[in-house]
Design a protein around this ligand. Sequence first.
Ligand code: HEC
Length: 133
Amino acid sequence: MRSVTLFRLLPALLTLVCAASAVCMASAQPRPDPKPEPKPAADFPLQAWMKANTAPAMERADLTALASALDRVAAFAPPRDYPNWASIARDGANAARTGQLEPVKAACRSCHGQYRMKYKTELRIRPIPPSHS
Ligand code: HEC
């Protein structure tokens, strides 16, 4: 007698379970945002400055712009622990003033090779020192 009742109720029970699970599935898996807003990768101060100054000057092979950019880079020298920073930048600026692009590129490479990783780990959030000229 009992099992007969259960048997009769089975379809209804199944419907109920399915409906419940469908609801559960729908609420458990909210649709992801179709197009999440792309977050602009915020650059760090020197990184942004390099991209806005040295990089475009180098792309144009603009020796005048490279000379003044590298003069500024020399003035960005951290107060300690970066002993060759200013001289590398000054050498690059002087090479640009004498019309030579290769030694300018060497200055970029030299500083990046010696100091870029160090700067990124130690001083990355440091603001760009203000210009005095
Ligand atoms: C005396 C040191 C020094 C000199 C010279 C120098 N840089 Fe840099 N540059 C750095 C440091 C340090 C960073 C890393 C900044 C950061 O990522 O926070 C950097 C980063 C950059 C970046 C950003 C890269 C990126 O996408 O993250 C570019 C581009 C760049 N430099 C171009 C140049 C060019 C071109 C020159 C030569 C004309 C040059 N730099 C000369 C120190 C220097």
